[in-house]
Design a protein. Structure first.
Length: 291
């Protein structure tokens, strides 16, 4: 009797857990759809902006624009790690943290001093627990990042780069390929590396533009915008990847709970059948003893 009660208690517990994971899966599915729309909306603008930058930038301009200038050697670099504020997303956060650690190790092997900037509670908790110093930390970026969020993250780094306080800036984020494929990636946003034209013909076409205002004025405005947009795109892709990873993790948890319920119910039925058989045997034995 005690065994059947214990199995019934476990069945109720697993049923409650499955209900929670199923609800979280549905919520993540809804958020994933909206996040995917933001990713698809951000990509064409980013590609067009990169195309314009690539056509305007000439190697001779590198010394005139601080964001294009390449230092002779990288002595200090900033690493911006984007993680989620919440867990229950499988290996999503741990993969991003691992990618950031590998990047930091590569930089440190080259004798580069690293400033770590963390966005997201999970990354902050990891490095804080291990007493790894952080240059900055933020948990106020939601799963609906805005262009203002991106600007608030990268503008201080742009100022530090222009002042020569850092020689390179990297962003570690989750690249959103599909709901099932969200690998971690590293994007070097400073100094700016303009996208190359796909062919020589395309690069030549860029010299035929009539620019108003001048190309210099356009670059003065577009280069910071390009850097901010790179961070914004990383934010929206990471947000979509988080929801995709959470949906997958919750679906797997729901399926596993269903399999566990099947096993528990079979165990309960066997235990209940054995109990009934024992009771029948006791009744039969008692009746035989009375005869």
């Amino acid at each position: 009797m005690a065994k059947t009660r214990e199995i019934r208690r476990r069945i109720r517990s697993v049923e409650n857990t499955r209900q929670i994971t199923r609800t979280m899966e549905m919520v993540a599915t809804s958020k994933l759809r909206r996040s995917t729309e933001r990713v698809h909306a951000a990509r064409p603008y980013a590609e067009s902006l990169g195309e314009v930058i690539g056509r305007l930038v000439d190697p001779k301009l590198r010394e005139r624009y601080a964001l294009l200038r390449r230092p002779e050697s990288i002595r200090r670099a900033a690493v911006v790690l984007l993680t989620a504020n919440r867990g229950l997303a499988g290996a999503f956060n741990s993969n991003l943290i691992r990618e950031a650690i590998q990047l930091m190790e590569r930089l440190e092997r080259d004798e580069v001093e690293v400033d770590l900037h963390l966005i997201g509670k999970k990354g902050i908790d990891y490095f804080r627990y291990r007493d790894i110093p952080m240059a900055s930390e933020r948990t106020d970026i939601t799963d609906r990042p805005t262009a203002e969020d991106a600007a608030s993250i990268v503008d201080p780094l742009i100022e530090a780069f222009e002042a020569g306080e850092v020689d390179a800036v990297y962003v570690v984020y989750a690249q959103f390929r599909s709901a099932l494929s969200t690998p971690p990636a590293v994007n070097k946003i400073l100094p700016v590396e303009p996208p190359k034209a796909e062919s020589e013909e395309e690069s030549e076409v860029g010299t035929e533009y009539i620019l108003s205002p001048s190309g210099d004025e356009i670059l003065d405005r577009l280069l910071p915008l390009y850097v901010r947009n790179s961070v914004y795109r990383s934010l929206v892709e990471t947000a979509a990847a988080e929801q995709g990873a959470r949906r997958t993790a919750m679906k797997n948890a729901t399926d596993n709970a269903g399999e566990m319920l099947d096993l528990l119910r079979r165990s309960y039925n066997r235990a209940r059948q054995a109990q009934i058989t024992q009771e029948i045997a006791e009744i039969v034995g008692g009746a035989a003893a009375l005869e």
